[in-house]
Design a protein around this ligand. Structure first.
Ligand SMILES: [Zn+2]
Length: 170
């Protein structure tokens, strides 16, 4: 979400130069509102089943028809691993436990004219229960080895894939 006008007083925002290493920020010359364009945290789950990982083909925009990981936006008050478990349950029917954090990577989620900056928390998971049954958010689910894994839709997922692949290189 990028504001052009102040959400408090509707004055047009102006770029305010940073006085330090932070980026310049849009600010209101009237009421001093500052628009912080911080990323929103998301989760992505890499579910390891004997060296294969589950990918979902997106059934909705953005990136409809492309492969991505089970995951989504973190809810208020939720931990990253809790969010990963919830999203996996909603989207795949599987119960997972988080084995480790792969990392946190920047990306963007584009909806219409808005570009939402996100920070994707990537988790390595293993199945602890449930039955695989995908939701309407996906048109297809498939298990891939890292070697055959399709190019994921989002930059943060591609970063995590590169890290997983680098671990198994000879
Ligand atoms: Zn204002």
């Amino acid at each position: 979400m990028e504001f052009r006008y102040c959400p408090r007083c509707a004055t047009e925002l102006e770029m305010r130069p940073s006085e330090g290493p932070d980026p310049d920020r849009p600010a209101c010359p009237n009421c001093n509102f500052v628009h912080y364009e911080n990323p929103v945290p998301t989760v992505q789950a890499w579910i390891d089943r004997d060296g294969e990982f589950l990918a979902l083909r997106r059934n909705q925009e953005p990136k409809k028809g492309e492969w991505n990981m089970p995951g989504g936006f973190i809810e208020q008050g939720e931990s990253g691993p809790d969010a990963a478990g919830r999203e996996v349950r909603e989207e795949t029917g599987l119960e997972v436990e988080v084995v480790e954090s792969i990392g946190a990577f920047p990306s963007t989620y584009e909806t219409g004219e808005d570009t939402q900056p996100i920070l994707g928390l990537a988790y390595l998971c293993r199945i602890s229960g449930g039955e695989e049954e995908i939701s309407d958010e996906s048109e297809e689910a498939k298990w891939f080895s890292l070697a055959d894994f399709p190019e994921p839709a989002f930059a943060d997922e591609r970063r995590a894939l590169a890290i997983l692949r680098s671990r198994v290189q000879p």
